[in-house]
Every structure is written in structure tokens, then in C-alpha cells.
Write a protein that binds this ligand. Sequence first.
Ligand SMILES: Cc1ncc(COP(=O)(O)O)c(C=O)c1O
Length: 406
Amino acid sequence: MLISNPRAIHFAYPDTLRTILNVESADQSRVWLSGWELISQQATPLWELTEAASQLGIARLCVKDESFRSPLGSFKALGAPIALMRLVMRLWHAHDIEPQALIEGRYAEMLANLTVISATDGNHGKALAAAAQSIGCHCVIVLHANVSAEREQAIAAYGARIVRIAGNYDESVAHAATLAKNNGWHVVSDTSYDGYEAIPRDVMQGYGTIAAEIIEQSTDAPAFTHVFLQGGVGGLAAGVASYLWERGGAQRPRFIVVEPRQADCLYQSAIAGHAARATGSVDSVMAGLACGETSPLAWKILEQCIDDFMLIDDDDAVDAMRHLAKGAGDDAPLVAGESGAAGFAGLCALMRNDEFARAAGLDRNARVLVINTEGATAPAAYAQFVGESAQAVAARQQAWKQSCVR
Ligand SMILES: Cc1ncc(COP(=O)(O)O)c(C=O)c1O
């Protein structure tokens, strides 16, 4: 359930990868998106979980909390909107489009005949629907059979037309591509495929904001030794790891990718040595990570920088949600959704097994960062898993904050 990647290197960020993802373009995306009303104007919190670190037997544990990124509920608010903006700029390149005016909807008349489409397991589609609504174009979202009605409603609330198919996530990706071809629509997908790379690259590049903030928020402390990253198609991991690698160079942290056991496409890619498919059913409570096929573009980054790939069970994720919601000892209670809690779940799973912990170099000196990639994006499912509503946990978090001020 943990394998090390023999292709991972600890040199300076290679120029070949800089042509795909780089700090300069990530920072530009950050500036462009900062004017969007659905993005928080402040950096998302970097929580220090002292008690959890001590219970796990490591020196330090921090959680970068993307549940605060946007009312959309996840880090995905950084990806689709910037890719949509860059798409419009490419399509109307003669117009010298002003990014702030674009996201405020001041080009809506010009965009009235533009339709964008994507498959999604929830968060990406919601972010694309919201961005399309903001700039004033049409949006069609293709959902596979296992996307819950709760997630569907959340996407439809942003004005997207929903197309529901009977198949799985990968089939929904293929269906979106066919609909786009037949109707002259534009696919804005977070995963790449043959001949389709510009947009998923822009999506991944948007996620670099998370890494930029992490660096700004941790200048006073010794750098992290380990960073846990959830894996769906690989975009989040590529966007965050590439930024931290380019900035950290040969001193970059050790990156560990965590996936659901049934949706192990990145783990299988590490074994095969190329972008590969998952071996399991792909269905998981970790809806955002339930992806059967690796994004080949993301893999170009991941194959050189992810040191370890690991798998967790659905129960591990649910336990992690509860643990974070409770808040050990004096630690803050955190609202982490099913996929959001997966990085922390991966850390806990490794620390329960001496052999794996040793293999990953996790000991009393380890300074670990995990990313809570979503809040309660499916609130009813959250309440059922945690035994408490997300609002109640958030209220306890508020009380915790006030007790710290006193
Ligand atoms: C909450 C959450 N975390 C992590 C991921 C994984 O991101 P990626 O598919 O880019 O690897 C997703 C993907 O949808 C997600 O929704």
C-alpha cells in the first residue's frame, strides 16, 4: 500500500518541466483570480496541529485548509476559472481582454454564444459552472452515475445545464468530448488526453496559489520535510508539488501521493512507469479522488517528483474526517470533506505501520504538511459520516479561535 518511486529526483526543477508548469505563470494566475468575488481575499489558514503531531510521533503537523478558499467549498475554485479566463483570451486574442473585467462579466455580450463543457465528480464542475456564470457564457456539466444528487444540485445552482450518464467518471469524460465535438462547444477539463493539454495545464497552474501561500505562511519555521497530496487524476499534486519544487530546488520536501485503494491510477502509473489506469472499481466515498485514469500531462511532473505513492481505504478517510472534526486536545476542530481528509488519512495510515513509516522517513524529526482540499461539499454525507453537521463543527472552530484570543 506504499511504494517508493525510483524515478523521483532531488535536483533543481528541470527546464523541461518548467515549459509545462512554472512559478511565473502560477503567480500570474493568482493575481488574475484574486479579483473574483468567489475567491477568498485572504490566504487560506495554515493550522498547526500540535496535539495530533505528538500523538502521531512527528515533530510538526500543519494543515493547509482549502475549505476556506471559496464558497464553492474546495481548492478547485483555483483551477477551472483561470483555465476559462485563459481560454477566452486565446479565442478572442485580438481583443486585448482585461482579466479583472472578464471575471466581473463585463465581456458577457461578446461571450453570449460561448458554451463550455466538462465532466466532473463534483468540485471541478461546480467551479466551472460558477466561473461561466460570472463571465457570462453557457456551461454544460456531464455527471456520471455515482455523483450524488446533493452534488448535482450544488452545480445546477450556478446555472449549468446537467447531463447525467449511466457510466463512470472516465465515460463521462469521453461523453463530454463527444458533445463538445458535435455542438462546437469547448471542453474545460481538469484532465488531459491525447491532443488536449493547454486547458488542463492552465487548471493545474491555478493550484500553484496554494503552494505560494504555504511558502509565505511558513517563512519563520524550518521547511516541511514531507508533503502529503491527494491524487485524483494528478492535477492537484502536480500543481502544488511543481511550485514547491521550483522554489525549493534540490532541498524540496518529500512528496507522498494518497489515493483510494479502488481508484489507484497514479499508484499504477508508478508501477508501470507511464500514465496508467486504475485497477479497482473506481467508486469511493472520496468522490473527488474517484478517477480511473491518470492525466498524462500531470504524470510528466509527478513521475519525477513524487517520492512515494500510497493507497487508503474509505474507512481511513471517514476516520480522518471525524478526527479532524473533533480536534485532538487543544487542536482546532476542522471541517474536512471525504477527499479533503485523505492526505491526513494517509499520514495516519503510515504512522500506524512501523515499516511504512520508516520507509517514508517519517519519524520524530518529520515536519509534515497535509492539505485539506475541501470542506463539507456534500453536507448531508458529511453529517452522516461525522455524526455532526459541518455548521456545528465550524461553530466549535469559532469558539476555539475565541478561546485562543482570550
Ligand atoms: C476535494 C478534492 N481533493 C483532491 C482532488 C484531486 O485532484 P486531481 O483530480 O487534480 O488530482 C479533487 C478532484 O476533484 C477534489 O475534488
